[in-house]
Design a protein around this ligand. Sequence first.
Ligand SMILES: [Zn+2]
Length: 222
Amino acid sequence: MSLELHELFESNRRWAERIESREPGFFTRLLAQQSPQYMWIGCADSRVPANELVDLAPGEMFVHRNVANVVVHSDLNCLSVMQFAIDVLAVKHIIVVGHSGCGGVRAALADRRIGIADNWIRHVQDVRNRHIDFLVGVDAERRVDALCELNVIEQALNVCQTTVVQDAWLRGQELAVHGWCYGLADGLLRDLAMTVSDPLQAAAIYERALAGVRARYAGATA
Ligand SMILES: [Zn+2]
Protein backbone atom coordinates (compact mmCIF):
# COMPACT_ATOMS: atom_id res chain seq x y z
CA MET A 1 0.00 0.00 0.00
CA SER A 2 1.36 3.43 -0.91
CA LEU A 3 0.79 5.85 1.96
CA GLU A 4 1.19 8.82 -0.35
CA LEU A 5 -1.38 7.44 -2.79
CA HIS A 6 0.98 7.93 -5.72
CA GLU A 7 -1.40 6.03 -7.97
CA LEU A 8 -4.06 8.74 -7.60
CA PHE A 9 -1.61 11.55 -8.38
CA GLU A 10 -0.44 9.66 -11.45
CA SER A 11 -3.95 9.06 -12.71
CA ASN A 12 -4.78 12.70 -11.96
CA ARG A 13 -1.83 13.82 -14.07
CA ARG A 14 -2.90 11.59 -16.96
CA TRP A 15 -6.48 12.86 -16.68
CA ALA A 16 -5.42 16.54 -16.75
CA GLU A 17 -3.12 15.88 -19.74
CA ARG A 18 -5.88 14.07 -21.58
CA ILE A 19 -8.34 16.93 -21.11
CA GLU A 20 -5.77 19.60 -21.98
CA SER A 21 -4.68 17.77 -25.15
CA ARG A 22 -8.28 17.34 -26.25
CA GLU A 23 -9.14 20.95 -25.43
CA PRO A 24 -6.10 23.21 -25.08
CA GLY A 25 -6.63 25.98 -22.53
CA PHE A 26 -9.48 24.09 -20.80
CA PHE A 27 -8.29 24.67 -17.24
CA THR A 28 -7.24 28.28 -17.83
CA ARG A 29 -10.72 29.06 -19.10
CA LEU A 30 -12.35 27.42 -16.07
CA LEU A 31 -10.11 29.49 -13.83
CA ALA A 32 -11.96 32.61 -14.90
CA GLN A 33 -15.40 31.38 -13.84
CA GLN A 34 -17.73 28.43 -13.48
CA SER A 35 -21.16 28.67 -15.04
CA PRO A 36 -22.91 25.34 -14.57
CA GLN A 37 -26.51 24.97 -15.72
CA TYR A 38 -27.22 22.09 -13.38
CA MET A 39 -27.14 21.33 -9.70
CA TRP A 40 -27.14 17.68 -8.67
CA ILE A 41 -28.33 16.44 -5.28
CA GLY A 42 -27.39 12.79 -5.12
CA CYS A 43 -26.41 9.90 -2.89
CA ALA A 44 -22.85 9.64 -1.57
CA ASP A 45 -22.64 6.06 -2.94
CA SER A 46 -19.39 5.62 -4.91
CA ARG A 47 -21.26 3.90 -7.73
CA VAL A 48 -23.22 7.04 -8.57
CA PRO A 49 -20.64 9.66 -9.66
CA ALA A 50 -22.59 12.76 -10.71
CA ASN A 51 -20.50 14.24 -13.55
CA GLU A 52 -19.37 10.94 -14.98
CA LEU A 53 -22.69 9.27 -15.55
CA VAL A 54 -24.07 12.21 -17.53
CA ASP A 55 -20.70 12.66 -19.22
CA LEU A 56 -20.22 16.27 -18.11
CA ALA A 57 -16.85 18.01 -17.79
CA PRO A 58 -15.62 19.95 -14.75
CA GLY A 59 -17.46 23.27 -14.54
CA GLU A 60 -20.74 21.91 -15.87
CA MET A 61 -22.42 20.57 -12.76
CA PHE A 62 -22.66 21.88 -9.21
CA VAL A 63 -22.88 18.92 -6.86
CA HIS A 64 -24.14 18.13 -3.37
CA ARG A 65 -24.18 14.56 -2.13
CA ASN A 66 -25.18 12.88 1.13
CA VAL A 67 -26.43 9.51 2.32
CA ALA A 68 -29.67 8.68 0.46
CA ASN A 69 -29.98 12.10 -1.28
CA VAL A 70 -32.00 13.69 1.49
CA VAL A 71 -33.05 17.36 1.52
CA VAL A 72 -33.87 18.55 5.03
CA HIS A 73 -35.32 22.02 5.55
CA SER A 74 -32.82 22.87 8.30
CA ASP A 75 -29.70 21.34 6.71
CA LEU A 76 -27.47 24.40 6.35
CA ASN A 77 -24.95 22.44 4.30
CA CYS A 78 -27.42 21.55 1.54
CA LEU A 79 -29.21 24.91 1.75
CA SER A 80 -25.94 26.81 1.39
CA VAL A 81 -25.00 24.84 -1.71
CA MET A 82 -28.46 25.42 -3.17
CA GLN A 83 -28.45 29.12 -2.37
CA PHE A 84 -25.06 29.63 -4.02
CA ALA A 85 -26.13 27.58 -7.04
CA ILE A 86 -29.35 29.56 -7.51
CA ASP A 87 -28.44 33.09 -6.44
CA VAL A 88 -24.84 33.30 -7.62
CA LEU A 89 -24.42 30.73 -10.39
CA ALA A 90 -28.04 30.97 -11.59
CA VAL A 91 -28.33 27.26 -12.38
CA LYS A 92 -31.44 26.44 -14.39
CA HIS A 93 -32.04 22.95 -13.03
CA ILE A 94 -31.82 21.25 -9.64
CA ILE A 95 -31.93 17.49 -9.98
CA VAL A 96 -32.51 15.14 -7.07
CA VAL A 97 -31.08 11.76 -8.04
CA GLY A 98 -31.67 8.55 -6.13
CA HIS A 99 -30.47 5.12 -7.20
CA SER A 100 -31.65 1.54 -7.16
CA GLY A 101 -30.45 -0.63 -4.31
CA CYS A 102 -29.56 2.39 -2.13
CA GLY A 103 -27.99 1.18 1.14
CA GLY A 104 -29.42 4.10 3.12
CA VAL A 105 -32.91 3.43 1.82
CA ARG A 106 -32.50 -0.29 2.49
CA ALA A 107 -31.48 0.41 6.09
CA ALA A 108 -34.44 2.77 6.51
CA LEU A 109 -36.84 0.18 5.17
CA ALA A 110 -35.58 -2.57 7.45
CA ASP A 111 -35.09 -0.44 10.58
CA ARG A 112 -31.48 -1.57 10.50
CA ARG A 113 -29.11 0.23 12.88
CA ILE A 114 -25.88 1.27 11.20
CA GLY A 115 -24.58 4.08 13.42
CA ILE A 116 -24.71 7.87 13.41
CA ALA A 117 -26.43 7.73 10.02
CA ASP A 118 -29.54 6.25 11.71
CA ASN A 119 -30.49 9.78 12.69
CA TRP A 120 -30.10 11.00 9.12
CA ILE A 121 -31.88 8.01 7.61
CA ARG A 122 -34.77 8.75 9.95
CA HIS A 123 -35.90 11.19 7.26
CA VAL A 124 -36.19 8.32 4.77
CA GLN A 125 -38.16 6.38 7.38
CA ASP A 126 -40.55 9.31 7.53
CA VAL A 127 -41.05 8.82 3.78
CA ARG A 128 -41.52 5.07 4.31
CA ASN A 129 -44.12 5.69 7.01
CA ARG A 130 -46.00 8.19 4.86
CA HIS A 131 -46.36 5.56 2.12
CA ILE A 132 -46.49 2.43 4.24
CA ASP A 133 -49.93 1.34 2.99
CA PHE A 134 -48.61 1.20 -0.57
CA LEU A 135 -45.20 -0.27 0.31
CA VAL A 136 -46.53 -3.27 2.24
CA GLY A 137 -48.32 -4.32 -0.95
CA VAL A 138 -45.15 -4.24 -3.07
CA ASP A 139 -43.17 -7.44 -3.52
CA ALA A 140 -40.35 -7.50 -0.94
CA GLU A 141 -37.70 -7.77 -3.69
CA ARG A 142 -38.81 -4.52 -5.27
CA ARG A 143 -39.70 -2.62 -2.11
CA VAL A 144 -36.29 -0.94 -1.76
CA ASP A 145 -36.45 0.44 -5.29
CA ALA A 146 -40.04 1.61 -4.79
CA LEU A 147 -38.96 3.48 -1.65
CA CYS A 148 -35.92 4.90 -3.53
CA GLU A 149 -38.32 6.45 -6.05
CA LEU A 150 -40.74 7.72 -3.40
CA ASN A 151 -37.80 9.22 -1.53
CA VAL A 152 -36.62 11.10 -4.64
CA ILE A 153 -40.10 12.53 -5.19
CA GLU A 154 -40.44 13.62 -1.55
CA GLN A 155 -36.96 15.17 -1.50
CA ALA A 156 -37.62 16.99 -4.78
CA LEU A 157 -40.78 18.41 -3.19
CA ASN A 158 -38.66 19.51 -0.22
CA VAL A 159 -36.36 21.33 -2.66
CA CYS A 160 -39.41 23.12 -4.12
CA GLN A 161 -40.46 24.21 -0.63
CA THR A 162 -37.16 25.75 0.45
CA THR A 163 -37.11 29.53 0.82
CA VAL A 164 -34.24 29.64 -1.67
CA VAL A 165 -36.28 28.06 -4.48
CA GLN A 166 -39.52 29.84 -3.51
CA ASP A 167 -37.73 33.21 -3.58
CA ALA A 168 -36.19 32.44 -6.98
CA TRP A 169 -39.61 31.62 -8.44
CA LEU A 170 -41.12 34.70 -6.79
CA ARG A 171 -38.68 36.98 -8.58
CA GLY A 172 -39.33 35.19 -11.87
CA GLN A 173 -36.02 33.34 -12.11
CA GLU A 174 -36.06 30.43 -14.54
CA LEU A 175 -35.57 27.30 -12.44
CA ALA A 176 -36.82 23.72 -12.69
CA VAL A 177 -36.63 20.99 -10.05
CA HIS A 178 -36.37 17.37 -11.22
CA GLY A 179 -36.53 13.90 -9.67
CA TRP A 180 -34.55 11.08 -11.28
CA CYS A 181 -33.51 7.57 -10.38
CA TYR A 182 -30.30 5.87 -11.52
CA GLY A 183 -30.24 2.13 -12.21
CA LEU A 184 -27.09 0.46 -10.87
CA ALA A 185 -27.80 -2.58 -13.05
CA ASP A 186 -27.78 -0.80 -16.42
CA GLY A 187 -26.19 2.61 -15.76
CA LEU A 188 -29.28 4.42 -16.97
CA LEU A 189 -31.16 7.37 -15.51
CA ARG A 190 -34.94 7.38 -15.31
CA ASP A 191 -37.10 10.46 -15.09
CA LEU A 192 -39.70 10.09 -12.34
CA ALA A 193 -41.88 12.82 -13.88
CA MET A 194 -41.40 15.10 -10.88
CA THR A 195 -40.42 18.18 -12.88
CA VAL A 196 -41.58 21.41 -11.27
CA SER A 197 -40.91 24.88 -12.64
CA ASP A 198 -43.94 26.65 -11.20
CA PRO A 199 -44.82 26.62 -7.48
CA LEU A 200 -48.54 26.56 -8.23
CA GLN A 201 -48.21 23.23 -10.01
CA ALA A 202 -45.96 21.49 -7.48
CA ALA A 203 -48.75 19.71 -5.59
CA ALA A 204 -50.42 18.31 -8.73
CA ILE A 205 -47.12 17.17 -10.27
CA TYR A 206 -46.14 15.55 -6.96
CA GLU A 207 -49.42 13.59 -6.85
CA ARG A 208 -48.99 12.47 -10.47
CA ALA A 209 -45.40 11.38 -9.84
CA LEU A 210 -46.53 9.33 -6.82
CA ALA A 211 -49.27 7.75 -8.94
CA GLY A 212 -46.55 6.86 -11.46
CA VAL A 213 -44.59 4.96 -8.80
CA ARG A 214 -47.74 3.15 -7.69
CA ALA A 215 -48.47 2.16 -11.31
CA ARG A 216 -44.89 0.97 -11.93
CA TYR A 217 -44.91 -1.25 -8.88
CA ALA A 218 -48.50 -2.47 -9.24
CA GLY A 219 -48.79 -6.11 -10.11
CA ALA A 220 -45.75 -6.79 -7.99
CA THR A 221 -47.96 -7.21 -4.97
CA ALA A 222 -47.36 -10.23 -2.82
ZN1 LIG B 1 -27.47 5.40 -1.93
